[in-house]
Design a protein around this ligand. Structure first.
Ligand code: FMN
Length: 365
């Protein structure tokens, strides 16, 4: 092992024997026609799979009210589950570990994505201010969920998790970040409820923790992770005390014994720009008992550093992994990286900007 960089050291994540610590971050690619994963995703994910490597799939809608972007996959119908299966098999053939990210857009959606053109659902009826929207179509005014409707939404997460396991995924990551439904409940700048799901920190986190509990009971806590972004205000979802929120969640999650907590670095004040900040994830890393994954603006050097200084167990890479299918190999060799092309992040071509990023000459597909 002498001379091996920290990112390339093995790590045991629960029952999963990972051979390195370079994780594929969840990346929406908008190439799933009619909300169904497509065969071209087999090549895309298998290109990025390695023996003992950990991949988090693009975010996948949990129900017919969950979508907010075009051509994003779902995991709520039988057809969607069947479509994921060969994609998961392709990753497993390479020896990869593959989780499905479970998504509900909440108010980051519009009538066009909703059954019968209904308003999108959220914890609130306040509309997202469009200037704070990450990307996508214009959002519609949401409808505040009635308290008696909340168990049904939690149940949708449970069923979606069950579906993901049926499709062959090794586990699920609950998407609690980036201003979507779960984050909307957690953040005090969005959540204006006066019932037991709003107000105090404990109340605002209740929905997230009930989802965690339901999903963990359904598929086993050892197969469940969650992604959080307490410091980010993407999609108009800021909080007045992100540190307390992150810490409260890290501690509360311990009760459910889930596999991992995946947090976005506070320096990602803008989703795709690194900025200087005094804030740190260290208190949350220390408070959480399971595997801790960090993401946001990482490269080879600071990735190695955060592993060696104990700031994280694993590092998720988004844009670099998108553009470099053989990222672990390139990091191993300290080889140059392909640049990513933002203009094809979200286009629907099954090849261009998707599976045509070149490998190093010396590595095989
Ligand atoms: C094209 C693209 C799609 C993304 N889709 C998702 C997603 O589906 N779910 C999610 O949690 N984050 C998503 N993100 C955020 C990434 O997972 C990651 O946190 C972000 O890119 C910052 O990491 P990086 O600096 O390594 O790219 C996306 C980012 C990009 C660039």
């Amino acid at each position: 092992m002498e001379g091996t960089i920290p990112l390339l050291t093995p790590y045991k994540m629960g029952k999963f024997e990972l051979s390195h610590r370079i994780v594929l971050a969840p990346l929406t690619r908008m190439r799933s026609y009619n909300f169904v994963a497509q065969p071209h995703a087999m090549l895309y994910y298998s290109q990025r799979a390695t023996k003992g490597g950990f991949l988090i799939g693009e975010t996948s809608g949990i129900s017919d009210t969950a979508q907010g972007y075009p051509k994003t996959p779902g995991i709520w119908t039988k057809e969607q589950v069947e479509a994921w299966r060969p994609v998961v098999d392709a990753v497993h053939e390479k020896g990869g570990v593959f989780f499905c990210q479970l998504f509900h857009a909440g108010r980051v959606s519009n009538y066009g994505y909703q059954p019968n053109g209904q308003p999108p659902i959220s914890c609130t009826d306040k509309m997202i201010r469009s200037e704070f929207q990450l990307y996508g179509d214009e959002c519609s005014a949401p409808r505040r969920l009635l308290i008696e409707e909340i168990p049904k939404v939690i149940n949708d997460y449970r069923i979606a998790a069950k579906n993901a396991i049926e499709a062959g995924f090794d586990g699920v990551e609950i998407h609690g970040a980036n201003g979507y439904l779960i984050d909307q409940f957690m953040k005090d700048q969005v959540n204006d409820r006066i019932d037991e799901y709003g107000g105090s920190l404990e109340n605002r986190c209740r929905f997230a923790l009930e989802v965690v509990k339901a999903v963990a009971e359904e598929i086993g806590a050892e197969k469940v992770g969650i992604r959080l972004s307490p410091f980010a205000d993407y999609n108009d979802s800021g909080d007045s005390n992100p540190e307390s929120l992150g810490l409260y969640m890290s501690e509360a999650l311990n009760k459910y014994g889930i596999l991992y907590c995946h947090m976005i670095e506070p320096r990602m004040i803008m989703q795709f720009e690194r900025e200087e900040t005094e804030n740190s994830l260290l208190p949350m890393r220390k408070a959480f008992g399971g595997t801790f994954i960090v993401a946001g603006g990482y490269g080879r050097d600071d990735g190695n550093e955060v592993i060696s200084n104990g700031g994280a167990d694993l590092v998720a890479f988004g844009r670099w992994f998108l553009a470099n299918p053989d990222l672990p190999r390139r990091f191993e060799l300290d080889a140059p990286l392909n640049k990513y092309d933002r203009s094809t992040f979200y286009t629907d071509d099954p090849v261009i900007g998707y599976t045509d990023y070149p490998f190093l000459e010396s590595s095989s597909q």
